[in-house]
Design a protein around this ligand. Structure first.
Ligand code: SF4
Length: 410
């Protein structure tokens, strides 16, 4: 049986290189990783090999982390990107009742809020003035929402700042909008696109397995509905991110299934801009307090999920984001060595993870992002939402060049 790695071994894995670790791996694990390292393509792995990597422990796990880092360097180089953005969570009133969510409130609770269109427009103007290029808009699902509410949010934002990129509405909100308006899904999405929706967050995915979803949230959209929303959006030219929430009641087999599914959708549509593993923040959630989940991911799980994603998605979804709001500074930097190449958004006003008990804070300034990235030995660069424009602007002391370019891997 493989030994369990000590935290210090996990924290020090970035000092290893592939030639040092490879001879210590089991033959099957080494063969699987070498296949991806030489082809730069995760699709060469069989399902069995993917499972083997997902359950790797001891030296095999160290090998997976090291291989993921090497793959990241080959596929996307040493730049770590981030987007300057603002979260706008327009309401915390929600009837869905996801057990992992500590953000939502019932309509009669004392600390509910609902932003007006004027307030949303004002937040957009403020964000633009502070250098944001994107607003990320999601909220609770209140009953009796006016049928065209989401369309009107888009109009409020674009009227305030026409150039602002709108990254908005989870697939769950899209399904709700379809229900409220009675419009067919493609027509509804096309209407949102024509009113300013630029990209869709691939959230509400959690684990795309209906048995797990039933425990996490009985009222949430099904796996089939999530796939349909995302595929339809991509077909209409609305790109999206892709996500997975890990560290609750799922198993490594669920990770494999989800990554294979995302790869399959990407092969069909090419619409995913990135993959974002989201560590479950357990502290203030019913899921944890009812004993239905573990207490969030371990250090080994955080690193393994990022590395496995890099390896399995290689050649398909090449941008892998570390969600810093859910992790501490050191752990998020370690994930940059386990395959990640993006730090996500600066996120003025991050409410959702904070309510669940995350302590990483609500906002990290672009200067802080640059410092964090440089400290991890990489090159910081601001990007747009779709990674089609990368702006290199190194920290003042390290200043070498300022340059804007269109990367090959977008
Ligand atoms: S995760 Fe979203 S849909 Fe679920 S309860 Fe929270 S706000 Fe509502």
């Amino acid at each position: 049986m493989a030994r369990t790695l000590a935290p210090s071994e996990l924290e020090n894995f970035p000092s290893l290189d592939w030639s040092a670790i490879a001879p210590r791996l089991t033959p099957d694990c080494r063969a699987a990783l070498e296949k991806v390292l030489t082809s730069l393509d995760g699709s060469f792995l069989s399902r069995e090999q993917c499972e083997q990597l997902a359950y790797a422990e001891g030296d095999d796990l160290l090998g997976l982390l090291v291989a993921a880092n090497a793959l990241r360097a080959e596929l996307v180089g040493n730049i770590v990107t981030y987007v300057v953005n603002r979260n706008i969570n327009f309401t915390n009133i929600c009837f869905v009742g996801c057990k992992f969510c500590a953000f939502s409130r019932g309509p009669r609770e004392s600390d509910t809020y609902f932003l007006s269109f004027d307030q949303i427009a004002e937040k957009t103007r403020e964000a633009w003035a502070l250098g944001s290029t994107e607003v990320c808009i999601q909220g609770g699902l209140p009953r009796d929402l006016p049928p065209f509410y989401y369309r009107d949010v888009l109009r409020a934002v674009k009227n305030a700042v026409p150039q602002m990129h709108i990254h908005a509405f989870s697939p769950m909100e899209i399904v709700y909008g379809v229900e409220l308006t009675g419009m067919p899904l493609p027509d509804y999405l096309a209407m949102l696109r024509d009113n300013g929706l630029d990209t869709l967050p691939g959230t509400a995915a959690e684990i795309l397995d209906d048995d797990v979803r039933f425990v996490l949230s009985r009222n949430k959209l099904s796996t089939e509905q999530w796939k349909e929303v995302v595929r339809t959006a991509h077909r209409l030219g609305i790109r999206s991110t892709s996500t997975m929430m890990y560290g609750h009641l799922e198993t490594p087999t669920h990770w494999v299934n989800q990554l294979l599914l995302l790869r399959e959708i990407q092969n069909e549509t090419g619409g995913f801009t990135e993959f974002v593993p989201l560590g479950f923040v357990h502290s203030n959630t019913i899921l944890f307090h009812q004993g239905l989940s573990r207490s969030g991911p371990s250090l080994a799980e955080h690193l393994k999920v990022h590395a496995l994603s890099r390896v399995m998605l290689a050649g398909s979804i090449n941008n892998l984001q570390v969600s810093w709001v859910k992790l501490n500074r050191k752990l998020s930097q370690l994930c940059l060595h386990a395959g990640a190449n993006d730090y996500g958004g600066t996120l003025m006003e991050e409410n959702i993870s904070r309510e669940a008990g995350a302590t990483a804070g609500q906002y990290t300034s672009p200067d802080d992002f640059q410092a964090l990235i440089l400290e991890a030995g990489r090159i910081p660069a601001e990007r747009n939402t779709t990674y089609t424009r990368i702006h290199l602007k190194l920290h003042p002391e390290e200043f070498v060049a300022e340059e804007t370019f269109e990367p090959e891997f977008a």
